[in-house]
Design a protein around this ligand. Structure first.
Ligand code: AMP
Ligand code: ZN
Length: 469
């Protein structure tokens, strides 16, 4: 498989340290608010990558952290502490906020068919590991104490900047008006490993450390959590493009300083989803969440389809018009797949292999999901029999995960429901009334009448299900 590597800025043949095994790390969410659909674009594309690696025969160990402590909007002691801000906004404790939005994140993931990584590790569960790492960095001379905090000394590295052409000047970005630069730093690019003296006096989560009561910097969590579960090397590390600098740059700096050797050879970055105003934000205007899409009548699967229609290395613009188009195209595709549900017999193995070959070719070319979707239409147009087509679509959907056969089945079910005769619907209403009035004898009698007309009725918590007998 050819996959673009942001570290070398080239498409490379993807290789792992141990043949057949992938150790994959994903920067997880900062759980101070709902994820916006931009964040979820990144997780959708990473999910496709994980599933395609599995499809290609790899055994994938995927690790994700949950940032439930700290995470300043910039890398020093500047900007806002997002978790603290969330807690203040909702008058809850930081841990309550973290739990609520962690659950909300995974609920969104489930709707979008994003598989849970094998390892999910909240940062607050690894404080001893972070302290040990900071101690080691101090011991090796890569860190220093100043003004009560511990900083990483970027001047100790031969090469600190890794991605693109980031320069020191870029570091001014993120230092907001009214917030002075951190005078404790020896070099502009230095970053905090452990805070004890912070401008956030009301920081709720604090732990005892050799440097006093405090809390970890953001970057150290990914280095330590990666090493805790994957050992001294990773095969691939993923995140959104904004993570490249400073977060991933700092992760590499710390990890390689700790290990004394290279840490992760392949870096996978997903470009942003932007709205018309430019950047997607959780604070300004309409906050785009999966729930908002649903409220407006779009299915989460149509959003996933929308994401897959474009390449992960291109920025994607969100608009309601684009979403309308995606939903319409998705519904049309499902309608085309529907007749395959009744397919009889076994798939033709040779034909199936050819059809899947087209999919592999697309995905092996730097995870070209847009081309992968085109292959679905090729399958539908091919001269293969229905059973083979259905098998090809099912196999491709183990990777794309846009619920193709399930949505086709749901469409069939809802159409069947629409064909319920008026006479039966009237009886269903009458039964509802009887049940409300607790006249169960009458309700039972009505059920018998419904059955006699060839329909079955079942009341569930979700509502009444009427099906043909
Ligand atoms: P956060 O919760 O802020 O740590 O972000 C979670 C993930 O979403 C990270 O991998 C970010 O790089 C990514 N991300 C942030 N904004 C966007 C966006 N507009 N489009 C795509 N990914 C994003
Ligand atoms: Zn990270």
């Amino acid at each position: 498989m050819l996959l673009y590597n942001s570290l070398t800025r080239e498409k490379e043949v993807f290789r792992t340290a141990e043949p057949g095994k992938v150790k994959m790390y994903t920067c997880g969410p900062t759980v101070y608010h709902y994820a916006h659909i931009g964040n979820l674009r990144t997780y959708i594309m990473e999910d496709v990558l994980e599933k395609y690696l599995s499809f290609s025969g790899y055994d994938v160990l995927r690790i994700m952290n949950i940032t439930d402590v700290g995470h300043l909007t910039s890398d020093g002691d500047t900007g806002d502490d997002k978790m603290l801000k969330g807690a203040k906004r909702e008058h809850k404790s930081v841990m309550e906020i973290a739990q609520f939005y962690t659950d909300a994140f995974f609920a969104d993931c489930e709707k979008l068919r994003i598989q849970r990584p094998a390892v999910i590790q909240p940062a607050t569960g690894c404080i001893p590991e972070f302290i040990e790492a900071v101690q080691k960095l101090l011991g090796k001379g890569y860190a220093y104490e100043a003004g009560g905090n511990v900083y990483f000394d970027t001047a100790k590295l031969d090469q600190y900047y890794r991605f693109h052409d980031f320069k020191e000047e870029d570091l001014e970005v993120g230092v907001r008006e009214g917030v002075g630069a951190d005078t404790n730093k020896r070099n502009k690019a230095d970053f905090v490993l452990w805070f004890t003296k912070s401008k956030f006096d009301d920081q709720e989560l604090k732990w005892q450390s050799p440097w006093g009561m405090g809390y970890p910097g953001w970057h150290i969590e990914c280095s330590c959590i990666g090493m805790k579960y994957a050992g001294e090397t990773l095969d691939i590390h993923c995140g959104g493009v904004d993570n490249m600098f400073p977060h991933h740059t700092n992760e590499i700096a710390q990890s390689e300083a700790l290990l004394g050797h290279a840490w992760c050879p392949h870096w996978f970055h997903v470009l942003h989803l932007n709205d018309a105003s430019g950047k997607m934000s959780k604070s300004k205007g309409e906050f785009l969440t999966v729930s908002l899409l649903e409220q407006k009548g779009y299915s989460p699967m149509a959003y996933r389809f929308f994401c897959l229609q474009s390449h992960y290395r291109k920025s994607l613009v969100f608009s309601w018009e684009n979403m309308d188009n995606a939903q319409a195209a998705y519904d049309k595709l499902i309608a085309k797949i529907r007749p395959l549900l009744d397919a009889q017999g076994e798939p033709d193995a040779a034909k199936l292999d050819t059809l899947l070959g087209g999919f592999r070719e697309a995905m092996d070319n730097d995870l070209n999901t847009a081309q992968g979707i085109t292959v679905l239409y090729d399958v539908l147009k091919s001269d293969a029999d229905a059973a083979t087509k259905r098998a090809a679509i099912a196999a491709i959907d183990t990777v794309l995960s846009i619920g193709l056969l399930e949505s086709a089945q749901a469409m069939t079910d809802s159409e069947q429901n629409q064909e319920i005769p008026a006479e039966v619907l009237a009886l269903v209403e009458a039964r509802k009334e009887a049940r409300k009035a607790k006249d169960f004898a009458k309700a039972d009698a009505i059920r018998d009448e419904i059955t006699a007309l060839g329909w079955s009725i079942r009341e569930t918590r979700q509502g009444t299900e009427i099906t043909k007998l």
